[in-house]
Design a binder for this molecule. Structure first.
Ligand SMILES: *Cc1c(COP(=O)(O)O)cnc(C)c1O
Length: 365
């Protein structure tokens, strides 16, 4: 059997008629940027995410960039970010000229609240919890540190749509929540798209202005650091068609994860753990092993494509060499980067395929 890491057309086919109808509606409308579909989507997503405001933008990275820009975080400011995240989280900070300060993750691969305080300096302005792999961070102690030091909180929810913490939705804890609708994400569009959510009308207004050349009214440009980053009508229409099915799509992911958790028995592996009270929506199913090359080769031999999220921690990425990061600076994040493996998990994966992966992992010696 051959098992791809992701097969996107399976999720498309599940609700194909609805996507096609939505796409045709947008195409035939004759209006493609900043129109009725986006307006409706923003209202629907705000309600869906239990937030007051939603502003659609071009990507998850743009959501992060414009979130920090709207908060006025820039040159000379420091932002606490997890040392084991996807590079885009960090770029949201550095594209504003601010400086990322890395913080080691806990055993759930998430920002470790107990290590935040030691990383705070007089320049610290914000904390960026990333709900990595789909599990929401332990928000209470993070918010407590933020309150004590008067810091902004921006949540990177790109992998964690609808994950809850003590009943409350990801993206609703901090000043701004940032989402990506990249096609492989748990709520995926059919192209690039993203959004921010917030309960603060001024911040929503700022991002709305920044995404459109810094103008609210056509040709009246108020902000020189504006960009062109709009969630287009076609993607908005497609996302509107997907929203009613998100709960079902995430339940499918949970069912694969449950089968993996119940079926995988191999002493050479560490399975993902869930912190009590923290929701996990299983964007990725990440295992860890000291012999990653061995596991990857064994899976490859069985026709299974696993992936690594992520092989190089941001402080060792060539683009951030100027920050002076060295091997050994963040040993936990570096060990994770050397040991993690993501098993295939996607909407439309069959029970037979899941069992095939379980058997292959269990037969690895
Ligand atoms: C995907 C992702 C992003 C960026 O989203 P794009 O829409 O691809 O720009 C940011 N942060 C995390 C954690 C992500 O997984």
């Amino acid at each position: 059997m051959k098992i791809e890491f992701n097969v996107l057309d399976r999720q498309f086919r599940q609700f194909q008629d609805e996507y096609e109808a939505a796409a045709l509606r947008a195409l035939r409308s004759g209006w493609y940027i900043l129109g009725k579909e986006l307006e409706a989507f923003e209202q629907e997503y705000a309600a869906f995410n239990e937030s007051k405001y939603c502003v659609g933008v071009g990507s998850g990275l743009d959501a992060l960039v414009l979130a920090f820009r709207a908060l006025g975080v820039g040159p000379g400011d420091e932002v606490l970010v997890p040392a084991n995240t996807f590079i885009a989280s960090v770029m949201g900070v550095t594209l504003n000229g601010a400086t990322p300060v890395f913080v080691e993750p806990d055993e759930f691969y998430l920002l470790d609240a107990a290590r935040l305080e030691a990383a705070i300096t007089p320049r610290t302005r914000a904390i960026l919890p990333v709900h990595l792999y789909g599990q929401i961070c332990d928000m209470d102690p993070i918010l407590e540190v933020a309150r004590r030091h008067n810091l902004f909180v921006v949540e990177d929810c790109a992998q964690a749509h609808t994950a809850r913490y003590k009943g409350k939705m990801a993206g609703t804890f901090g000043d701004i929540g940032c989402f990506s609708f990249f096609p492989t994400k748990n709520v995926g569009a059919f192209g690039d798209a993203g959004c921010i959510v917030t309960d603060n009308p001024d911040l929503a207004d700022k991002v709305r202005t920044l995404r459109n050349y810094g103008s609210k009214v056509k040709y009246h440009n108020e902000m020189e650091n504006g960009v062109n980053s709009r969630l287009d009508e076609l993607q908005a229409a497609l996302l509107r068609a997907k929203l009613p099915h998100v709960a079902e799509l995430i339940a499918q992911r949970e069912s694969v994860a449950r089968r993996y958790l119940a079926g995988i028995r191999n002493e050479k592996l560490i399975l993902p753990a869930i912190r009590p009270g923290c929701g996990h929506v299983w964007h990725l199913f990440v295992v860890r092993t000291a012999d990653r090359a061995g596991l990857m080769a064994h899976l490859e031999q069985a026709g299974i494509h696993a992936q690594i999220h992520y092989p190089i921690p941001p402080h060792l990425a060539p683009c951030y060499a100027k920050l002076g990061g060295c091997p050994g600076d963040y040993p936990i994040a570096e060990a994770y980067a050397d040991q993690v493996v993501s098993l295939p998990l996607y909407n439309g994966m069959t029970d037979e395929e899941v069992q095939y992966v379980v058997d292959a992992v269990n037969s690895w010696q």
